[in-house]
Design a binder for this molecule. Structure first.
Ligand code: PMP
Length: 424
């Protein structure tokens, strides 16, 4: 273990981690269900689904088997000019649960690229019709990924500061907090009246990285319907919310108006392999449906539609669409709501938010309520010592478990949170 830790320190640059001052990363040797097994014999409860990707528990045997079988048949093939059954089957599977207006699937390999593809398709949609529209609208607090396009449409701050000269300009409307809806709609209409808005991109109902901030489907419906009436392409970034997190397969199912383009990733493979998907409506497809090279969408990654990732996604889809999975999602939803109610009125708690399997507890703090809040490190260390993985967003503790978590395990997490709040 010591040798490995030393080699890790020497050779590896970890994501979102300072090169000095951070604790040594925990060495994980295996994982089962909701538990990560460490090299020194501990079992850590993964209450955040390993950065929101895991749905059916770690090392789920059905998904593992599907990947193994696929690996023995076809590990990968170039996806331009060639195709394969796992991708064809996955496109069928996804289109069967996506909103009815979604008609075509474009593959990539992570959430940021799914968003990049969505933006590029939206921009080329106008280009192909010789219409000059360049502006993009997003919500304040948005996070859409770490590549340049996805950073450009995300809120500017600590993460994006070094790159600000290289990001394209985006107009941000206020986050539609409760009671601010009318104001946000007014700002939105004002921007659209300038007639040059190509696209509106949003995380439907939940801004995850901003601290699991939840907003009303009513306001979002109004924004989408106004945008579409004024020829603005609407992009739903469901990278986080997709695959059951909000209680339904997709957050857009809580809406009346459906987006033109959707970006998916994270839970799509049940948390086994990287995969990104961008789906489009027939309106969008119409601007590309020509033989000319100039109208072709020139974008593709080496591992586009990797068959192993598609096989994992198909196996995860089988599990997700069984009634057992929906009943697990409903159970977590109920338990979260009960626990949230028990925290209401607690003077250490600024706000408790829940939607489906997402629970967020924003703690009262004298410091600015942002990612850099000193409570973040304190909370992380406190829970890790108790063998629970919670990775707060500043002063916001959130619980986002794999759907296979048991009642006892969830109660154990809740009790630990109560214990922590009691120390404040
Ligand atoms: N969009 C949203 C809403 C996300 O939460 C994330 C990742 N946290 C991304 C895009 C980027 O996904 P990835 O990390 O796979 O690039």
């Amino acid at each position: 273990m010591d040798d490995l830790s030393e080699l890790d320190r020497k050779n590896i640059w970890h994501p979102f981690t300072a090169l000095q001052g951070a604790n040594d990363p925990v060495l994980i040797t295996s994982a089962r269900g909701v538990y990560l097994h460490t090299s020194d014999g501990r079992k850590i409860l993964d209450a955040i689904s390993s950065w929101w990707v895991n749905l059916h528990g770690h090392a789920n045997p059905q998904i593992a088997k599907a990947i193994g079988e696929q690996a023995a048949e076809l590990e990968h093939v170039i996806f331009a000019g060639f195709t394969h059954k796992p991708a064809i089957k996955l496109s069928e599977n996804l289109l069967s649960i996506l909103p009815d207006n979604q008609k075509k699937i474009f593959f990539s390999d992570n959430g940021s690229t799914a968003v990049e593809v969505a933006l590029k398709i939206a921009f080329q949609y106008w280009h192909n019709q010789n219409i000059k529209k360049q502006a993009v609208i997003a919500l304040k607090g948005a996070y859409h990924g770490d590549t340049f396009g996805s950073m450009s449409v995300g809120d500017r701050g600590l993460f994006t500061k070094p790159f600000s000269p290289y990001l394209f300009q985006t107009s941000f409307v206020d986050f539609p907090e409760r009671g601010r809806g009318e104001d946000v709609i007014r700002q939105f209409k004002e921007l659209i009246s300038q007639n040059n808005v190509a696209a509106f991109i949003f995380e439907p109902l939940v801004q995850a990285a901003a601290g699991m901030r939840i907003y009303s489907p009513g306001v979002l419906d109004e924004l989408i319907s106004y945008a579409q009436e004024h020829q603005v392409v609407c992009i739903a970034d469901e990278v986080f919310t997709g695959f059951g997190r909000t209680g339904k397969y997709f957050a857009c199912e809580h809406l009346v108006h459906q987006p033109d383009i959707m970006a998916l990733s994270k839970g799509i493979t049940g948390g086994f392999l990287p995969l990104g998907v961008t789906s489009c409506s027939s309106k969008i497809i119409g601007a590309f449906d020509f033989p000319q090279l100039e109208k072709t969408f020139f974008h593709g990654h080496s591992y586009t539609a990797n068959p192993l990732a598609c096989a994992a996604a198909n196996a995860s889809f089988e599990l997700l669409t069984q009634p057992l999975c929906q009943s697990r999602i409903d159970r977590i939803t109920r338990l979260h709501a009960d626990f949230a109610a028990s925290l209401n009125g607690n003077e250490k708690v600024l706000q408790v938010r829940t939607l489906g399997t997402i629970l967020a507890i924003e703690l009262v703090t004298p410091e600015e309520t942002a990612y850099g809040n000193p409570l973040r490190q304190k909370i992380y260390t406190y829970f890790l010592k108790k063998n629970i993985l919670l990775r707060p967003l500043g002063n916001v503790i959130y619980v986002l478990p794999p759907y296979v978590i048991s009642d006892e395990e969830l109660h154990h997490v809740y009790e630990a949170i109560e214990g922590f709040v009691g120390t404040l």
